[in-house]
Design a protein around this ligand. Structure first.
Ligand code: SIN
Length: 289
């Protein structure tokens, strides 16, 4: 299904503007600080699985209101990464880089926290401080990435499972840069052993197939030799590099992005020099799949 198939007129509580032909939409006419109406909330949930990433401009959210907005879609107290938290809020992470020099950001494609057995079903990211230029975020559709494989390869990868771990990501270096980094790293490793996920997952709401490997966290295809696994993963990761599966957001202060973390990957662009601060709330369910 693409946006061409989407029943845009069936949204009664807001207008929706497709962002790209195959992924993303800007939602107009919703104040996320006051989204109490159950019909509105149900339509937002439907739009999220239909478009996979939603953008809302000119929002004004306190931390409590961002948490309340996350609760439209899931439980904000599920799996968290290792980012520092907003003071007094264990479920709101700070994605923060200071000024001066090119900034270190999450600039590798990833689906949030697939190193957990039960990753978040989605994420709400709120732009607080945005650089004058650069620091965009890109999303890529795992359903389109799967659909663009040839049928023979689709059939083969559907039989596979892959190992996911935080080890190949930037987290080990981030731990080790801290004063007691070795202990923090050891604790994170002990608490988060590698997990297996199917290489192709079925979205529980849409029934669409999702290519579910990402270069930040997927380390190996189970049962293949190292070289075979590396070659196949490189090929599968390259599906997400195709511009036609992507949406790229130019942030403004007070923009909110909400994505379906089951069906997408994302990455930031490390091309900016100023300060950048985003508040992130991941949300989940008892079982993501
Ligand atoms: C994230 O990976 O959740 C943050 C993306 C970003 O910094 O744009």
């Amino acid at each position: 299904m693409s946006h061409v198939d989407a029943k845009l007129t069936s949204y009664k509580n807001f207008t929706i503007e497709p962002f790209n032909p195959l992924i993303g939409a800007t939602v107009h006419g919703v104040d996320l600080a006051d989204a109490q109406d159950e019909n509105l909330r149900a339509e937002l949930r439907r739009a999220l699985v239909e478009f996979q990433v939603l953008f809302f401009r000119a929002q004004s959210l306190t931390p409590e209101q961002q948490l309340a907005a996350a609760r439209i879609f899931g439980d904000p107290d599920k799996a968290k990464a290792f980012f520092p938290k907003v003071e007094g809020h264990t479920s709101i992470e700070k994605i923060e880089t200071g000024g001066g020099g090119y900034q270190n950001v999450a600039d590798q494609w990833h689906t949030d926290i697939t190193w957990s057995a039960n990753p978040p079903t989605g994420t709400i990211l709120y732009g607080r401080t945005i650089p004058a230029s650069g620091g965009d975020t890109l999303w890529a559709s795992g359903t389109r990435a799967y659909e663009l494989l040839s049928p023979a390869l689709q059939a083969y990868v559907e039989t596979l499972e892959a190992v996911h771990s935080f080890e190949p990501s930037g987290w080990p270096d981030a731990f080790l840069a801290q004063p007691n980094g070795a202990a923090i790293y050891a604790q994170a490793r002990a608490a988060n052993q590698p997990v297996l996920h199917p290489v192709v997952r079925i979205h529980p709401v849409t029934g669409r197939k999702i290519l579910y490997v990402n270069p930040d966290f997927t380390t190996k295809i189970k049962g293949l030799a190292r070289k075979e696994s590396d070659f196949l993963l490189t090929l599968l990761f390259s599906q997400f590099e195709k511009p036609e599966v992507q949406a790229r957001l130019r942030w403004e202060q007070n923009t909110v992005a909400i994505w379906d973390n089951r069906a997408t990957q994302h990455r930031a662009v490390a091309d900016f020099t100023g300060a950048r601060l985003l508040h992130r709330v991941t949300f989940g369910e008892e079982r993501a799949f």
